[in-house]
Design a protein around this ligand. Structure first.
Ligand code: NAI
Ligand code: MG
Length: 356
């Protein structure tokens, strides 16, 4: 389609989030120009630094501002001195919930040119997707603490699983499994968590009746974690609750070589609200400011944004350029290389423009 303008809210955040964003925008502009896609960036300096200055991670009307955008690109937020729950609940979680980004999509794919820390058998490949429920479940505000500071003190936190919430996550995962021609692994713990998890299992299997071609198998989360390490090749699509999915996806990022390249999409599949794309990694204060952060997680997240916009060819081109860069050995230190953030991004750009 002839030139289409897409408004993207850009929140680099803190630490290396600010270092990996600019090169990513350059790459999006390059690929967009060849696919009739024009970007209007809305830059926001919302971050822990913003919090230190103003007492808020984002302005009071921040969500209203974001609602004007078609999509959101996020770097990472979090910095020493600001408690992590402030950065999470002051920015990320309100965005995910207000915009009904109820799917957190995380590809777990071992890229060519990267060595997994696992000892994979010959011909064994890692290429699956984790679909994490992103709006409810264990991450809930329901609960409280009583008798603070006394020996009787206690804390209660309730998990919230709704039929609607579980069903839409399951349906998304089932559709994905169907389109990939593969099976669905569902993370559960119905032996220990006796109310919510059997409910999860029930709704997943009820929803699966609409997908006779997809084989669904339940795995207890502990065994599932072990299988991510011992036999990752068996998975195609994995669906999990908010907490289980959070843990599984960090493990997923670890087995594909570095947390620095893993991407994620917080999706509102209906497109009623903007979706948000971000790398899995955080702000990495230990390497911030050195110019050596791996930009590939952010770039891969941008490729997911292109997919979500319906520009799958453009998304695939970005991913192919990422692969070519890795195969050429242009890698930051987290992948055992010596390249800088800029050198890696430039290599991706070069592969994009030469079309290989
Ligand atoms: P982290 O992901 O920032 O760092 C973990 C380790 O991986 C560090 O050694 C870091 O140097 C390395 N690493 C991460 N990304 C990298 C990259 N692109 N290139 C090279 N190396 C990379 O996780 P950590 O240390 O637990 O958290 C740091 C801060 O980030 C905390 O404040 C945390 O709350 C926040 N955080 C924010 C997230 C978000 O914005 N979505 C997600 C995870 C953490
Ligand atoms: Mg996590």
């Amino acid at each position: 389609d002839a030139s289409r303008k897409v408004t993207v809210a850009v929140i680099p955040g803190d630490g290396i989030g600010t270092e990996v964003m600019d090169p990513t925008l350059r790459i999006l502009e390059e690929v967009g120009s060849r696919h009739g896609l024009q970007f209007a960036w809305q830059h926001h300096d919302w971050s822990c630094e913003h919090y230190t200055r103003t007492g808020r991670m984002m302005p009071e009307d921040g969500l209203d501002q974001l609602a004007q955008a078609d999509q959101i690109l996020l770097g990472a937020v979090g910095y020493p001195g600001v408690p992590d729950h402030v950065s999470l609940w002051g920015l990320l979680i309100p965005i995910r919930r207000t915009f009904r980004q109820y799917i957190n999509l995380r590809p777990v794919k071992l890229m060519p040119g990267i060595e997994s820390p696992l000892r994979l058998r010959d011909g064994q490949d890692i290429d699956f997707v984790v679909v994490r429920e992103n709006n409810e479940g264990e991450y809930s505000e329901v609960g409280g603490r009583m008798y603070r500071g006394t020996p009787e003190e206690f804390a209660v936190q309730e998990s919230v699983f709704t039929r609607r919430g579980v069903e839409r996550a399951a349906r998304y995962a089932l559709e994905l499994a169907d389109s990939r021609g593969g099976g669905l692994a569902s993370a559960t713990k119905s032996n220990g968590i006796v109310h919510t998890m059997p409910f999860w299992d029930q709704v997943v299997h009820e929803t699966a009746k609409d997908f006779p071609g997809v084989h669904v198998r339940d795995y207890h989360i502990d065994a599932l974690s072990a299988l991510f390490v011992l036999d990752p090749g068996r998975f195609d699509v994995v669906v999990a609750s908010n907490l289980f999915g959070d843990i599984l996806t960090d493990l997923g990022a670890a087995i594909i070589g570095s947390i620095g390249i893993a991407p994620s999409g917080n999706l509102n599949p209906e497109g009623e609200f903007p979706s948000m794309f971000e790398p899995v990694h955080g702000s990495a204060p230990d390497i911030a400011g050195q110019g050596i952060a791996n930009p590939l997680g952010q770039i891969w997240a941008a490729s997911m944004m292109l997919d979500h916009l319906g520009h799958e060819r453009a998304g695939a081109e970005v991913l192919a350029a990422v692969e070519a860069t890795l195969v050429a050995g242009v890698k930051t230190p987290d992948l055992g290389g010596t390249a800088t953030t800029t050198e890696v991004a430039d290599a991706v750009l070069a592969h994009l423009t030469t079309g290989r």
